[in-house]
Design a protein around this ligand. Structure first.
Ligand SMILES: [Zn+2]
Length: 424
């Protein structure tokens, strides 16, 4: 007797119909199942997917767009100024409410794992204290990792002390923003400090790296070398790497080989990068994205994140990782048939490895975290971005979204003789 039985679904890359038996929080059987269950879901031939994994978001800045003012220039520095103003009025209750709103929205879309940045430049660490509580509150259905993000840098004594305080309060990961430090030397020093604290505290590293359209910004080589020399390797993730799109080819080859040697991970955020980068270029303007295709082809784990959600840095965002994939496909020129499956893995299995998630996937013995979606393959999934009709977390149905149906009242006048038009 199963607790939950899903009948008649198929995998994204396979046409074979399967049933999935779940007991408590685990997948215990996959195949053709005739046993009974406390609850049975009719899969209706839909696709079963592992949950989406958000590898880089800012829950503390989410839903603050327009307060105290809209970012009119769209530039990072106006975003930072607005955020610093907003921070003065922030309360734990208000941060909690916004974070839970985003988590509800994204869980309903099938995101069951999330890594959120938390700005620790605030001396009172209000957002951090709020999000540490949120993490506990959502744990029954979502695994939330928190990263201490020093928006104002680590050059000052205060910046370093606040990072240390975040570690003492139980943060999971720590970060640095070397390209925003006053000098190259201070940028390198911030990375050395961050690596040292990671080793002492057992935190993982998630570095904001070269998020600037400046070909002179070369911190990726420093991170890669520190990761290799320290042995921290896959516990190190770098996000953005926008400067790489301006590097010369010889240097790109060198730096990708360093990244490969270090076994570090990359996270790209195509939604925010598409609008924030390239602003100061003369025409032709950069595409705003790092060298995803080259990194992927070199075997570097690359994940796609949604990142900013209605914040002073990005005025849009729905929480949809499929939307982020759709943008990546455009910006990274990844439109080959195989690319769609590869890009789908950038929001599922690859970030699952980066976040070090155990028992992830649709296999016997894995945690019963599953989505049911109407799609034929990864190409169709990313093109149409369909809703997750059923979201199952640890064996429990936590969200259901019925498919919308359009009734076309002019259908008869659009008939082409007796031919059936059925390709959309
Ligand atoms: Zn970010």
């Amino acid at each position: 007797m199963y607790d939950l039985l899903i009948k008649g679904v198929r995998r994204l890359t396979d046409s074979e119909s399967i049933d999935i038996g779940i007991k408590q929080d685990r997948i215990v059987a996959i195949g053709s199942i005739s046993d009974s269950a406390l609850k049975t879901i009719d899969g209706k031939g839909r696709v079963v997917l592992p949950p989406y994994v958000e590898s880089h978001i800012h829950l503390d800045t989410a839903l603050t767009c327009g307060f105290p003012a809209f970012n009119q220039s769209g530039e990072l520095f106006e975003g930072i100024k607005l955020w610093n103003e907003y921070r003065q009025t922030m309360t734990e209750k208000e941060v909690t409410s916004r974070a839970l709103d985003v988590i509800r929205t994204m869980a309903g879309q099938g995101v069951l794992f999330m890594r959120s940045m938390v700005d620790v430049s605030d001396p009172n660490l209000i957002a951090l204290k709020a999000l540490l509580q949120v993490k506990k509150q959502v744990a029954p259905f979502m695994a939330l990792q928190l990263v201490a993000f020093p928006q104002s840098g680590l050059s000052s004594q205060a910046g370093r002390e606040q990072l240390d305080q975040a570690i003492a309060l139980g943060i999971d990961g720590i970060s640095a923003v070397p390209h925003l430090e006053p000098t190259r030397e201070k940028g390198v020093a911030s990375l050395v400090y961050c690596f040292q604290r990671a080793q002492e505290s057992n935190c993982f590293l998630h570095i904001f790296c070269d998020e600037i359209d400046d070909l002179q910004s070369r911190y990726l080589e420093v991170v890669a070398d520190l990761a290799y020399e320290s042995g921290l390797k896959e516990r190190v993730t770098v996000s953005h790497l926008n400067a790489m799109s301006y590097y010369n080819e010889a240097y790109v080859r060198k730096v990708i080989s360093l990244v490969k040697r270090a076994e570090i991970n990359v996270v790209t955020a195509p939604l925010i990068s598409s609008v924030m980068q390239g602003r100061l270029d003369s025409w032709p303007k950069g595409r705003g994205i790092t060298r995803v295709k080259d990194l992927h082809e070199a075997g570097v784990p690359v994940a796609i994140a949604h990142d900013d959600f209605l914040s002073p840095f990005y005025p849009l965002g729905t929480g949809s990782l499929l939307n982020a994939c759709h943008m990546l496909i455009h910006l990274a020129h990844m439109t080959g048939l195989d690319d769609f499956q590869d890009v789908f893995e950038m929001i599922t299995s690859t970030p699952a490895k980066i976040l070090n998630i155990d028992n992830y996937g649709i296999k016997k013995g894995c945690l019963a975290n599953l989505l049911l979606v109407t799609a034929s393959d990864a190409h169709d999934l990313i093109r149409r971005q369909p809703v997750a009709e059923v979201v199952i977390s640890q064996g429990h149905i936590i969200a259901e979204t019925p498919l919308q149906q359009t009734v076309l009242h002019v259908a008869d006048t659009l008939k082409l003789n007796d031919e059936k038009l059925d390709f959309v």
